[in-house]
Design a protein around this ligand. Structure first.
Ligand code: G3P
Ligand code: MG
Length: 244
């Protein structure tokens, strides 16, 4: 990654289209957003797909665990009808389809490796193997995860690709863990009640650009940027863009 992105569409543009679908990626591009973040996990038969939760209920019309669902079963489900009937035809996309959409639209990609429990290493391996077959623009690529094991796998497989250490709360271990995986950025929860100017400065002083999720209020984004945050993830990134 050359420079930390300032505005990243969260799960595509989650406020306007069903999260982690091709429609959501295209919506972010339509809005003029330059980077998107999407979550990748594996189906039961090891196909990397865009999906956030461990279970299917919230964002599809199916039920059960993603880790126990085959890709063929997944294809029968709608990933958009829960959001609006106008998105009923949206399927859970494969990572490959999502990469193609990002390349077609010229988007930078933050791929968050979001493994089902116990699948931390293999999720990173399969996702990064897929990505390595399609993605050339390493200046506009960031691999992130809350999972240290997934980031360690990325470090071993593709050491030159930028990694982001994701964390819900900044604590005494944050910098050490980020350094351990050679992270380029630290991606923090920008809504955490304990977040302070001091805690952000500690990360910056240690040499890490800071990205903050998930910021939907333009005023909050402005405050974070004034505190030294380099960029924000947003469900409504166009609103952040307008007021930036
Ligand atoms: O990568 C930033 C953000 O997406 C992390 O949280 O739960 O939305 O994947 P989550
Ligand atoms: Mg995410």
């Amino acid at each position: 990654m050359k420079a930390a992105p300032q505005i990243i569409g969260h799960r595509g543009a989650k406020a306007y289209a069903p999260e982690n679908t091709l429609a959501s990626i295209h919506t972010a591009a339509d809005l003029g957003i330059e980077w998107v973040e999407v979550d990748v996990k594996l189906t039961a038969d090891n196909i990397p797909v865009l999906f956030h939760d461990e279970t299917l209920e919230r964002t599809t019309n199916g039920s059960g665990k993603m880790a126990e669902t085959s890709y063929a079963e997944l294809q029968n489900l709608s990933a958009g009808s829960w959001f609006s009937e106008s998105f009923a035809d949206e399927a859970v996309p494969t990572l490959e389809q999502a990469i193609e959409a990002c390349i077609e639209r010229g988007l930078g990609l933050n791929l968050e490796i979001k493994p089902c429990p116990g699948r931390e290493v293999e999720t990173a391996e399969v996702a990064l193997d897929t990505l390595s077959r399609y993605w050339d623009d390493h200046d506009r690529l960031l691999i992130s995860s809350f999972s240290q094991a997934s980031l360690e796998t990325a470090q071993h497989m593709v050491p030159d690709w930028s990694r982001g250490h994701l964390t819900d709360a900044i604590d005494g271990q944050t910098i050490e863990l980020a350094r351990h995986v050679g992270a380029k950025t630290i991606n923090i929860n920008g809504n955490h009640p304990d977040l302070t100017q001091d805690s952000i400065e500690t990360l910056i002083d240690a040499g890490f650009p800071v990205l903050a999720f998930t910021i939907n209020d333009p005023d909050h984004a402005r405050r974070l940027i004034a505190m030294g945050v380099d960029g924000v993830f947003s469900d409504n990134p166009d609103q952040i863009l307008l007021k930036h």
